[in-house]
Write a protein that binds this ligand. Structure first.
Ligand SMILES: [Zn+2]
Length: 427
């Protein structure tokens, strides 16, 4: 897939006709604006012809799945790895500062009022995740004419469970959806742990068990309990006895905590883009299972976008958010003799920076570490080490570092349409 911009930089529908792209580029009618994902800009006026493109976002705390689809085709699919080092870095900073204050005990006057949390304040680790979501989505809008965005905000719809009038209507439609919703809620409420053996059976498959039969007890949360498959089948065979505390109508603590990040992200998104919709995890899960699709962030995003049967050519863009700065100048511990050691190599070593995308022996990889001698540690985005000591003369620069690194990866697509994941080393 080649992404196309018109003469004024607005995105058009992408093309798969690489031969035509090559001719356009050779004749000077187009120019390359981005290497990865490969994007060209047309240098002549064109009619803008667009189809409806839905962007599904499977947001999470570690990964984001993104999938831009039309009715029958996947146009862009990406898996973004988020930063999870912020909490540790901030607590390390707090310790360093506190240690320093204890050494230098002079009184310093307060400089300004910086102890107040503004409205809408989020913890830095959460804020960074929200920002990364928004950046990733903005970057897709730069290359594709996305018409609507669909976001999964939670795994279940608590309003529907609390208000039986709504879920009652669901059952009248003859849907199983209502149960799927309650099921996700019960799993969440029980902390994704078997309430009989509390994980002692080591069985990771969880079932939701009706304490009284479905006919008499119904699908209310107080008739449901999370059991692992071992305990569940054991109970129905009569081999396992459930603890006496488990009985119908028992009071459960309410699931008070709901992920704040996804809601904050959804609210921000609505401010920026005109057409934003929400969906729930249980609907996604149901769609994925009904269409016999594998579990994967991108596939989930495809289901969220509302086109689970859209055909992918197997290209997935793996992205990784990395820290922009490393502000610690020196190592916290001195070397023997009281020498302070620099915390990092110089910003630029022989013209290369940390996280530059380079080519080495015909392969694209990233600089994950550099030494002042000019020897580099080269890795792929998933952390696969290629070589930890390559001389700078043997590599050449493809792209300068960005805050979100991006790498193209291909998944083989067998004729059944079920993609098989291959490790990156087979490329
Ligand atoms: Zn169990």
């Amino acid at each position: 897939m080649v992404y196309v911009l018109n003469i004024s930089g607005q995105p058009l529908m992408p093309t798969e006709n690489r031969a035509k792209v090559r001719i356009l580029l050779k004749s000077g009618k187009a120019r390359v604006v981005k290497r990865c994902p490969f994007t060209i800009q047309l240098m002549y006026n064109t009619k803008s012809y667009t189809q409806e493109i839905a962007l599904g976002v499977d947001s999470g705390s570690k990964h984001i799945g993104l999938s831009a689809t039309t009715k029958d085709k996947v146009l862009f699919e990406s898996d973004v790895e988020l930063r999870n080092d912020i909490v540790d870095l901030l607590s390390a900073r707090r310790q360093n500062r506190s240690a320093r204050r204890n050494r230098k005990t002079r009184y310093r006057r307060q400089r300004f009022s910086n102890r107040e949390r503004k409205d809408g304040w989020l913890a830095p680790s959460v804020q960074n995740k929200v920002d990364t979501h928004l950046t990733a989505i903005r970057k897709i809008h730069e290359i594709l004419p996305v018409s609507k965005i669909i976001v999964e905000v939670a795994s279940f719809d608590i309003q529907k469970i609390k208000n039986p009038a709504i879920s009652g209507a669901d059952y009248q439609k003859g849907e199983q959806m209502g149960f799927w919703n309650v099921r996700e809620y019960v799993l969440f409420r029980d902390g994704h742990e078997c309430q009989c053996c509390h994980g002692r059976s080591k069985d990771r498959i969880l079932n939701v068990h009706h304490i009284e039969s479905r006919k008499t007890g119904g699908d209310a949360p107080n008739n449901l309990i999370t059991l692992c498959e071992t305990c569940h089948t054991g109970y129905h065979k009569g081999a396992v006895r459930l603890p006496k505390t488990i009985r119908r109508g028992m009071l459960f603590r309410d699931a008070a905590f709901m992920g704040i990040m996804r809601w904050a992200f959804y609210d921000k998104l609505k401010e920026i883009y005109p057409d934003v919709h929400l969906t729930y995890g249980y609907i996604t899960k149901n769609t994925r299972i009904r269409h016999a699709l594998p579990k994967d962030h991108c596939v989930d995003a495809r289901c969220i976008s509302g086109h689970p049967d859209a055909v992918s050519d197997g290209t997935v863009y793996c992205q990784k958010k990395v820290r922009c700065h490393n502000r610690q100048i020196h190592k916290a511990n001195f070397i023997r003799g009281g020498k302070r050691k620099r915390n990092q190599s110089p910003y630029e070593v022989m013209g290369f920076r940390l996280f530059d995308k380079v080519q080495w022996k015909g392969r694209e990889c990233f600089i994950f570490g550099r030494r002042s001698t000019g020897r580099m540690d080269l890795r792929l985005l998933d952390g696969t080490k290629l070589n930890s000591s390559v001389g700078y003369k043997n590599i050449h620069l493809l792209e300068m570092r960005k805050n979100i690194l991006i790498e193209e990866r291909r998944k083989a697509v067998p004729p059944t349409g079920k993609p098989l994941g291959f490790p990156a080393k087979h490329l």
